[in-house]
Design a protein around this ligand. Structure first.
Ligand code: IVH
Length: 670
């Protein structure tokens, strides 16, 4: 009996996977949706009767039933890199010149692909079975999102072995994204459910993959296109073209819109074609990706900082739309700064509906001569908040109105002050509810306590309802209060309390950032935490000591010491600690810094800083500055008129960095 059931199950699974492949990968379905569903249900029924026969690669196992608690870290065996950017044809030609001259050739073959606006992931197949799946993370370490990735139908749980030998190990990388139409449908649904819509497809893909409950991921139509590999064992791949041929044979989806190009001029042709037609693409693309085809040539070219020398992104210019500026409203930020926000007649740009844009400050409105009622050009560049590029005065009817900054705060009614030395107008009332809501948002944001599942709407509810009137109140929330809120079930309450609980243990650096000390961003907060080690010594430090620290200017030193001298700030900190917040000792890693143990040697003079400043910055990230090149040197930084150390580095095969590349490396870690 079991034998025939086993056979039937195997057959059904094979059929379902074949139809998944036909439907999701090659887009040639043979079954109607109803027929497919019937097949799927049949398998479900048999498996329900014989749970002992359920295997992890069964198509029914794509949806994880139990939400996982959080995401474990996964180290990529080969780092997932990012690209340098070119913004036009000349930028691409410069890239080509560098590639050809380094390889000593006249012309080279490239593969040009689309740069999709989604989230990069890595899938690991061992002997054909999907065993790991992670986000790119910081390139070195990502999050384990296998349960969520398994719900994406275009990701095979097992590689196909019909048309190509299955590698014993395949680490394949690709972009998880959502098509424009599915995105719009989902956002309409969310609005109907009174949930905030996702700002763009990329946010949606990222947020969805980081869902704790895989059933939610399964409900959103995410797709994948694969484009790169990490470790591969058991088969040999020698070029990008070969990779793009093999992947679909293994059942992995590849974007068919790519071009093999003999030389950079053909790449530029591809760039132009996509730029002209991208509105009609079913998904968002923010540029093209140009890759040297031959893997052997890539080896020769190598990688610098985190970008390979063999690839570049050709970014598209910011997309623009034209619409009417209906009104200008004013929002109040955490520091009390008033920001004028443009209320627009909704306009679709790159498939995203834009109905508001930032105007920064009053001066900018005057400088750009923007009036309420004007026809305006709106610009959207990638993830950045849309902005108004210019007004079109030639289309004025005479009904337009000038904008005037209010003299009282639109939220608390306090008098507004314009600080002499800056462009900002401010509400100085520290208890202004608008300011407080923004402080709470900052407090729980990613760089701060990183409380998951808490957004602006909930905070507004809590603050407006008088439930939260200090940061510490947030940590004292209880289940009954939360359940008493509108649209808040017991499950959401438990999730939020669990999130709050795990956020109560926080590193000093994050805590300092979360407090919102004027001028203290994530980097400075981390620096202070590393220098002072504990809160007490920081609170006690005088302005002079602060100013003596590398990277802290006199203004920041003043702001920091003023903050800690303030009674109200001290009380806030005491209350938070009383409410259960605990400061973790700095971890070995953050203490060690991102460049821990890496040896740098400088040669020649730098133009943007002195050698000793450069050395300080390396040291502040845990790196070591050495005076001569040896086997243990990681990088030699080339200034102007470099000496013999440069030749020595070349001989020893040590990575050479130009000043720009060195700065990029520092910035990516600071
Ligand atoms: S290849 C250097 N190919 O771009 C090799 N990446 O800036 C990197 N991306 O995080 C991977 N489309 O999310 C590659 N056709 C494509 C891509 C692509 C988009 C993204 C990917 C990565 C980022 C790097």
């Amino acid at each position: 009996m079991t034998l025939s059931v086993t056979r039937e199950i195997a057959k059904l699974r094979g059929e379902i996977e074949r139809h998944n492949y036909l439907y999701y990968v090659v887009n040639q379905p043979e079954l109607t949706d109803a027929e497919y569903d019937a097949l799927y249900r049949k398998l479900e029924e048999i498996e329900a009767k014989h749970p002992e026969l359920i295997t992890p690669d069964s198509p029914t196992q794509r949806v994880g039933s139990e939400p996982s608690q959080s995401f474990a870290s996964i180290k990529h065996s080969i780092a997932m890199l990012s690209f340098g950017n070119a913004f036009d044809a000349d930028g691409l030609r410069d890239f080509d010149r560098r590639v050809c001259s380094q390889l000593g050739v006249e012309q080279i073959t490239y593969v040009a692909e689309l740069k999709l606006d989604g989230l990069a992931v890595e899938l690991v197949y061992q002997d054909g079975l999907l065993v790991n799946g992670s986000t790119r993370g910081d390139g070195r370490i990502g999050e384990d999102v296998l349960a969520n990735l398994r719900t994406i139908r275009s990701i095979p749980l097992r590689l196909r072995d019909a048309d190509s030998p299955v590698p014993s190990l395949l680490e394949v990388r690709g972009e998880v994204f959502i098509e424009k139409q599915a995105f719009a449908t989902l956002n309409r649904q969310r609005e109907a459910d009174e949930l905030p819509p996702f700002a763009n497809p990329r946010n949606l893909a990222a947020g969805t993959l980081r869902q704790l409950d895989a059933r939610v991921t399964a409900g959103r139509s995410l797709s994948i296109y694969c484009y790169d590999v990490g470790l591969v064992e058991g088969i040999t791949i020698e070029s990008q073209q070969q990779l793009l041929d093999i992947l679909p044979k293994l059942g992995l989806r590849v974007n068919p819109r790519y071009r093999s190009c003999s030389g950079i001029e053909q790449v530029i042709g591809f760039y132009g074609d996509i730029l002209d037609s991208r509105q009609a693409l079913p998904y968002e693309a923010d540029g093209i990706v140009v890759k040297v085809d031959s893997f052997a040539a890539r080896e020769t070219l190598g990688t610098v900082s985190r970008s390979p020398r063999w690839a570049i992104a050709g970014k598209f210019p910011a997309a623009q739309g034209i619409t009417t500026l209906k009104d200008i409203v004013v929002s109040v930020g955490r520091t009390g700064a008033l920001t004028p926000v443009a209320v627009l007649e909704p306009v679709r740009i790159q498939g995203v509906e834009i109905s508001s844009a930032t105007l920064h400050n009053e001066d900018e409105i005057l400088r750009k001569d923007i009036r309420i009622g004007d026809t305006v050009v709106v610009e959207r560049a990638g993830d950045v908040i849309p902005k108004i590029a210019r007004s079109m005065p030639e289309l004025r009817t005479g009904d337009e109105r000038l904008f005037v900054m209010p003299t009282t705060c639109p939220v608390c009614g306090s008098h507004i002050v314009r600080v002499e030395t800056e462009a900002a107008h401010r509400c100085l009332n520290t208890t202004c509810p608008a300011r407080f809501k923004q402080s709470v948002l900052h407090f729980i944001s990613k760089g701060g306590l990183d409380v998951e599942g808490m957004g602006p709407q909930l905070i507004a509810q809590l603050v407006d309802g008088g439930i939260v009137s200090s940061l510490a109140d947030l940590l004292r929330l209880d289940r009954d209060t939360l359940i008493g809120l509108e649209r808040f079930g017991p499950q959401s309450a438990d999730n939020l309390l669990a999130a709050l609980d795990s956020s109560k243990k926080v590193s000093l650096g994050r805590f300092l950032f979360a407090l919102g000390i004027p001028g203290v961003g994530a980097h400075l907060a981390e620096l202070l935490a590393r220098h002072f080690d504990n809160l007490d010594s920081l609170v006690q430090a005088g302005e002079e000591e602060l100013a003596s620290l590398h990277e802290i200017g006199p203004l920041s030193a003043h702001a920091i010491s003023t903050f800690f001298a303030n009674k109200q700030s001290r009380q806030t900190i005491r209350d938070l600690l009383d409410a259960g917040l605990t400061l973790e000792a700095p971890s070995a890693e953050s203490e060690a810094g991102a460049l821990a143990g890496q040896r740098f040697v400088f040669t020649g003079s730098l133009s943007s800083m002195t050698r000793s400043e450069a050395g300080e910055r390396v040291k502040s990230l845990g790196g070591i500055v050495a005076s001569s090149v040896s086997k243990t040197t990681q990088y030699v930084v080339l200034g102007e008129n470099p000496g013999s150390k440069a030749d020595k580095a070349r001989e020893a095969g040590v990575s050479l960095l130009t000043e720009d590349e060195f700065l990029q490396l520092l910035e990516s870690h600071e």
